[in-house]
Design a protein around this ligand. Structure first.
Ligand SMILES: C[S@@+](CC[C@H](N)C(=O)[O-])C[C@H]1O[C@@H](n2cnc3c(N)ncnc32)[C@H](O)[C@@H]1O
Length: 252
């Protein structure tokens, strides 16, 4: 059971051009396992070698078209950034966005074209992530699809141990039902503490169903480092509220 569907992989001519120009070195081309989205058993990722230094690492799971991870890499040269995304046109669009930054191409960004849930624990050491971001993950609104949601125990068990003690886990969604589901999973997690226990829920009404018992406190203010993506714009245009969540990983 995976949290994504493979959609069309064909690239438009401009995305193909960006891919040809920048996939090397930005898209990490690791040996694949039994599926194209899985690393081979012997695949390894040496962050120090990849980035040529040791720095705090920000990982965005489902980096989509790259708005956030590219902006963050450009704004924070002191940190390294890894965007994890299985959608090849999204990766190509991220490269196209990078191409527009020439001649100041950031050296502190790489893209991992693999399933984050399976690849990150295989490739990264425990405690190696300083900030973990999941913004507007696919909501899988139908009940029979809820098990496909990224924010579920298999993903949390795989990825939270990689977050450094004191590190931050930031999330956002425009689906009230998914926001409630995230709160249930994350508030109860023994390794996480909310960063804004008194933070009020977003103001306003939403056009989607608000689940009964949705907490009125514990929501994060909009993260200043989160740029507005097309997914957020679509949600807002449809009259949905945006729910931000932020947690810190407690020391073991
Ligand atoms: C709705 S989009 C949001 C993209 C972006 N975060 C934004 O806010 O615009 C969710 C993205 O997560 C990706 N995704 C879902 N599950 C994933 C996984 N297990 N590993 C890597 N990417 C995944 C999908 O391919 C999709 O591009």
């Amino acid at each position: 059971m995976v949290s994504f569907v493979r959609r069309g992989e064909r690239l438009t001519p401009s995305r193909q051009t960006a891919w040809d120009r920048l996939a090397d070195p930005y898209v990490l081309d690791l040996p694949r396992g039994e599926r194209d989205t899985l690393p081979a058993d012997d695949a390894a990722l040496d962050l120090e070698k990849v980035f040529g230094r040791r720095a705090e690492l920000v990982v965005e799971v489902g980096s989509g078209l790259g708005e956030n991870i590219v902006a963050a890499a450009a704004a924070h040269p002191e940190r390294d950034h890894l965007g994890v995304e299985v959608y090849r046109p999204g990766l190509a669009q991220t490269l196209s966005r990078l191409d527009r930054l020439r001649p100041a191409l950031p050296q502190n960004l790489r893209l991992l074209p693999l399933d984050a849930q399976r690849a990150l624990p295989a490739l990264l050491a425990p405690g190696s992530i300083q900030e973990l971001w999941v913004f507007f993950p696919d909501p899988w609104p139908k009940s029979r699809h809820h098990k496909r949601r990224l924010i579920n125990p298999p993903f949390l068990d795989a990825v939270l141990p990689l977050l450094a003690p004191g590190g931050t886990f930031r999330l956002a969604t425009d689906w009230a039902q998914y926001a409630g589901h995230m709160r249930e999973q994350l508030d109860a997690h023994e390794d996480l503490e909310p960063l804004h226990p008194d933070g009020p829920r977003p103001e306003g009404t939403t056009t989607d169903d608000v689940p009964p018992g949705l907490p009125v406190e514990g929501w994060a203010p909009r993260f200043a480092g989160r740029v507005k993506t097309s997914f957020e714009s679509k949600g807002r245009a449809a009259g949905r509220l945006v729910w931000d969540l932020a947690y810190t990983r407690s020391a073991p």
